[in-house]
Design a protein around this ligand. Structure first.
Ligand SMILES: [Zn+2]
Length: 710
């Protein structure tokens, strides 16, 4: 998942008692964010919200929360948990409503107006956060409660909340001198501006980087549906008679798996590789060099040796050393596998009657040929068994029903921000209303790349709110009237994002700051990656993988091939992620005194030190288009995908050892992990479920890098 950094911080300071009574409701066109939505589950009023409503709502929402926070800070009564900590949790309701709705729409369905709102509001939100966390009177109240915490008779969740608030204040600079606080405010404002700038440049770069093809012959190898999609993508851009291959946000592009023309492959790969390094409006290099330098300076100001140390303080891993040690353990088995795979690719090229050395734009095509030779598995053979709607209902929903007893009903009456979006109401095991979940699966030019989940409304008993969550992806939209036949990778993405949705929907917290997916980055991908495992569970798979025309189940031989093929090319797959994770760590362990880096030179030096084959296996994201770390809150956090893989493989091994897909197992996982939010530290939470600490063995086994059943 990826979530805007400021969305997470906005969720920290939720908000305001009595705001709805403040302005007279007599004015004709009240801002739709002013009061809680009256729709079921307080779903956003996409039927009433106009683009012009966001910016005023942000300003009003910040103003309202500032007043609430002032009242808490100036309260003449001695600090209590309720008049300070719980009061902060109750504050900022309007700001929450607009932040959460805007973040969802901005990331999935932006336009020039929303871009301007984001650019204008992001630095104001950063200042707003600072005004709260750098208010000395407020910190004095938190500090005095923290000092007296042993005598306050707090329950477990309250004690954790006080701990988290205290940490956040200290982490945000509450203990700095006044002069240093001014410096910090300037740094935060500039950082926020740069993050927004990066995101907007990258969207421009990615759109401009699409490969335009004038000669259909250059697309040889693509299936007819992909060629049709390329033709309609061209039409959408006013390029009738041509074909357009839009860029995905990763280095490698899906079409490279089948494009037979080497020049086309090279052109598509090069467009991807250089998308944000063209010296034009989409060039991000100056932005990220400044971001990295200012982040290091911010860490130094707050007493940390580097930005990674600053970020990791509240993560499960805790320190950059722990991360580097974890990654180092993965390198030897990965490198050994990469060497075997390069030899396979080279011999596939020879078998094809060619004599060139493999380049990165050749890898996907020849890996697919090796895969076919070895497993006889062709994407075109499997896609007819993965019709999106069937996968959703009979796979994703079915697995959740078997494990957790929950059920789903489509709600066509809930307004959406784009006609592609679908909404379902989720009922708990006893039939009571649990949540709303939105799905926005198809790629659009105005949508960020990748896939993610977040909340339109967060769960909180204090605020009386139930979860409203959404899943977004970038699957190829079929031509009108055609079924959406997706790859197994897309199927896995659906299960993944739905795992996040479950974590959000099962939230059972009093306080919004600790609720649901508001957990550490190196824990938040654990429920989602865990949920991926059910895609290949024999019972679940048989239930959804049916031919879209005949309804026939997938032949067992093909199922076996998919399972075997899931372990194919893992030197590449793991390598490109390790490389990105280390690149991220390298950018965020730059010393504060270091000069601004030359991005290309820094990246090249990082690649040289990887201990992996980075020539044949290029990084999954280059620095210049690494959205996760520059704008989406994953700075010094990309390793989290690997760390949580260690957790999910261990947890799934536990399920297998205890009978697999059962209500009992699901209930235990819901009770001990999915419903816990951040009410506990992650190490003890995991140990309580699993019985011991995780290690990398189940993970390496699952990837087939060491022998044995996962
Ligand atoms: Zn995720």
């Amino acid at each position: 998942m990826n979530r805007a950094a400021w969305l997470r911080t906005a969720a920290i300071v939720t908000c305001l008692a009595g705001w709805s009574a403040a302005p007279a409701p007599a004015r004709a066109a009240a801002n739709p964010f002013q009061a809680a939505s009256t729709l079921p589950f307080q779903a956003p009023r996409f039927d009433l919200i106009h683009d012009g409503d966001y910016q005023p709502a942000f300003l009003l929402g910040m103003k309202a929360q500032r007043a609430e926070i002032q009242a808490i800070a100036r309260n003449p009564a001695a600090p209590t948990f309720d008049n300070t900590i719980a009061a902060m949790e109750r504050s900022g309701r309007m700001l929450d409503r607009v932040s959460e709705t805007f973040a969802g729409v901005y990331q999935a369905n932006t336009n020039p107006t929303l871009d301007k709102v984001q650019a204008a509001v992001a630095p104001l939100l950063a200042q707003h956060q600072d005004a709260i966390y750098l208010d000395p009177r407020l910190f004095a109240r938190v500090q005095s409660l923290y000092a007296a915490r042993a005598t306050l008779k707090l329950d477990g969740e309250q004690a954790q909340l006080l701990e988290v608030y205290h940490q956040q204040f200290v982490h945000a600079g509450a203990q700095l001198s006044d002069a240093d606080k001014v410096t910090l405010r300037h740094l935060n404002t500039r950082l926020s501006t740069l993050e927004t700038l990066f995101q907007q440049k990258l969207l421009t770069a990615t759109k401009a980087g699409a490969l335009v093809v004038s000669d259909k012959a250059a697309l040889a190898g693509l299936d007819p549906a992909a060629i049709d999609a390329a033709a309609s993508a061209a039409q959408g851009r006013g390029l009738t008679g041509k074909w357009v291959l839009p860029l995905q946000n990763t280095t490698q592009q899906p079409a490279l798996q089948t494009l037979e023309n080497r020049d086309t492959r090279k052109a598509l790969f090069t467009n991807s590789w250089l998308r944000a390094e063209r010296g034009d409006a989409g060039d991000t290099r100056a932005t990220i060099a400044e971001l990295a330098q200012l982040r290091a300076q911010k860490a130094a100001l707050l007493g940390y040796p580097d930005y990674a140390s600053y970020v990791l303080y509240d993560q499960m891993a805790r320190t950059p050393d722990a991360v580097q040690h974890f990654i180092a353990q993965l390198v030897p088995a990965t490198l050994a596998e990469q060497k075997r795979e390069v030899a396979d690719i080279q011999s596939a090229i020879r078998k094809d009657g060619k004599d060139f050395q493999p380049e990165p734009w050749d890898w996907q095509l020849y890996a697919e040929q090796v895969r076919k030779a070895r497993y006889d598995l062709d994407q075109d053979q499997v896609k007819p068994y993965f019709e999106l709607d069937t996968v959703l209902r009979d796979g994703v929903f079915f697995a959740a029903n078997q494990l957790y007893g929950i059920s789903f009903k489509e709600r066509k009456d809930i307004p959406v921000y784009n006609p592609d979006v679908r909404v379902f109401e989720v009922s708990d095991k006893d039939g009571s209303p649990l949540a709303l979940v939105y799905f926005d699966y198809f790629k659009r030019d105005n949508k960020n790349g990748g896939a993610w989940m977040s909340n339109f409304v967060g769960q909180s008993h204090l605020l009386g709110t139930k979860p409203v969550v959404y899943n977004v992806a970038n699957f190829t939209k079929p031509a009108a009237g055609q079924p959406a036949l997706i790859s197994f990778e897309d199927v896995t993405t659906m299960f993944h994002e739905f795992g996040h949705a479950l974590h959000g929907m099962f939230a059972d917290q009093t306080y919004p700051t600790l609720s649901g997916t508001a957990v550490a980055r190196d824990f938040v991908e654990f429920p989602s990656q865990f949920n991926e495992h059910w895609a290949l569970d024999p019972i679940v798979f048989a239930h959804y993988a049916k031919h879209y025309q005949t309804g026939a189940p997938m032949p067992q031989a093909l199922v076996d091939k998919i399972k075997k093929a899931a372990r194919f090319n893992q030197g590449y797959a793991l390598g490109e992620i390790i490389t990105a994770a280390k690149l991220d760590m390298n950018w965020h362990t730059i010393k504060p005194a270091a000069p601004q880096q030359d991005v290309d030179r820094f990246e090249a030096a990082s690649m040289d030190r990887m201990g992996l084959d980075t020539k044949d296996v290029p990084t999954r994201y280059r620095s210049s288009y690494f959205l996760h770390i520059w704008a989406n809150g994953y700075a010094a956090g990309y390793y989290a995908y690997l760390w949580t893989e260690m957790l999910d493989d261990a947890a799934f091994a536990w399920f297998r050892a205890h009978g697999g897909l059962t209500r009992e197992n699901g209930q235990k996982f819901r009770d001990m992990i999915l419903s816990r939010g951040h009410t506990q530290d992650y190490g003890p939470m995991f140990r309580a479920f699993y019985g011991k600490d995780p290690d990398i063995t189940p993970m390496l086994r699952h990837r087939g890098l060491i022998p044995g059943d996962e």
